[in-house]
Design a protein around this ligand. Structure first.
Ligand SMILES: *Cc1c(COP(=O)(O)O)cnc(C)c1O
Length: 378
């Protein structure tokens, strides 16, 4: 029986690879991605969820090298834009194996996907169903349901998802239009610490499958979305424990329903060290401040959306709580007000952010003229 919280399952990219890059003179900030960890995370996901085909959410870290490692190890992909489509096509992924999981797309984006041969499109409104059919009359669809995001660090259910009382009319519309509406998806919320969200989504999907059959639609896809968590400073449910619960809920699902998921964070976060340097330090009202060459705008956006990054330095002295800020002139650029770091941390020191491969470089901008962290895949 897998323990629910299992800190022993921690995975982290090999720090010797970071040291080797610095010894070669690599300038900070950079994101070191360890391809062995990418493969290991994919292996763990499949071992925990044998019936579930992982389609990596490209937005989480769209580095072409990262995509290639995951593709060669057997992952599929979930896309949200023409740019992500192009990245997957450039890798050689057959368009028919891609899932367009962004519920609202521009007509021009849909035209590109249709022309490339993308078959599967998510919808959560009648308007989008009609829009896709206008551009791609033989498309296949999966419904995005609104389900619980309780206990996830980044809820995603406000913007997308069909509420219970909207489902019937969308199904009616699909059967009236002869659309191949054949699947259901949901998103448990990113960094989801509550396995019940997947169970609730699966239960809701089963009800919708029955409603589909009653209308002559032919359900054959269950997409469990993403949300699988990774460890930063506190333990999270292990993938084995989450998997055990999901597998039990899938046990009597008919064999002709294909089950997939869209893990993003789970596959790439642990593979990355974000390497930064302290460019200044000061003391304000009794608290030490460290300013880094990477911050909220260039690598550490998620430090302000609830991710409690583990930051380390080369020093080993007694710890104090530091305020850690980025290099820009925006006061929003404060990553954390409570980061335990050695009291003698100094300008010029490196600061290493552990498990930073997800939504880091992917969400960086050049705001204020600061560099994007380079991705170094080894
Ligand atoms: C962002 C996203 C994912 C990935 O979520 P994670 O929390 O990183 O696993 C999967 N599916 C969809 C539709 C998304 O928008």
């Amino acid at each position: 029986m897998a323990r629910v919280f299992d800190p022993d399952l921690e995975v982290v990219a090999d720090f010797a690879l970071v040291q080797a890059e610095l010894a070669r003179g690599r300038a900070t900030p950079f994101l070191l991605m360890d391809s062995a960890v990418l493969r290991e995370k994919l292996r763990r996901f499949r071992a925990a969820l044998p019936r579930v085909q992982p389609h990596y959410a490209v937005k989480c870290n769209p580095d072409p090298g990262v995509l290639r490692v995951l593709y060669e190890a057997g992952a599929g992909f979930e896309i949200a834009s023409p740019e992500e489509l192009a990245l997957c096509l450039a890798l050689g992924v057959p368009a028919g194996e891609l899932y367009y999981s962004n519920p609202v797309r521009a007509p021009a984006a849909l035209a590109k996907a249709a022309q490339a041969g993308v078959q599967w499109y998510v919808v959560d409104s009648r308007e989008e169903l009609r829009k896709v059919l206008r551009i791609h009359p033989t498309a296949s669809f999966y419904l995005r349901l609104h389900t619980s995001n309780a206990g996830s660090v980044s809820p995603l259910s406000e913007k997308f998802g069909l509420f219970d009382d909207q489902v019937a009319s969308l199904l009616d519309e699909a059967s009236r239009l002869g659309a191949d509406l054949a699947g259901v998806t949901f998103h448990a919320g990113s960094q989801c610490l509550n396995p019940h969200n997947w169970l609730a989504g699966i239960a809701a999907a089963r009800q919708v499958f029955a409603q589909m059959q009653a209308r002559g639609l032919c359900p054959r896809l269950l997409n469990l979305g993403g949300g699988f968590p990774v460890q930063h400073r506190s333990p999270v449910p292990s993938i084995a424990a989450i998997g055990a619960q999901i597998n039990a809920a899938l046990a009597d699902l008919p064999a002709d329903i294909r089950v997939m998921a869209e893990p993003g964070r789970f596959l790439v976060s642990d593979a990355g060290w974000l390497v930064t340097q302290v460019i200044g330090r000061t003391e304000k009202r009794g608290q030490p401040w460290a300013y880094l060459d990477a911050g909220v705008f260039n690598g550490l956006l998620e430090s302000i959306t609830g991710i409690d990054y583990d930051m380390r330095s080369d020093r080993h002295g007694p710890l104090r709580d530091w305020v850690v800020a980025g290099p820009t002139c925006d006061s929003m650029d404060i990553c954390t007000r409570q980061q335990p770091l050695p009291a003698d941390l100094a300008e010029g020191d490196y600061l290493y952010v552990r498990n930073a491969g997800a939504y880091s470089t992917a969400c960086s901008s050049r705001f204020n003229g600061f560099a994007l962290p380079e991705v170094v895949l080894v």
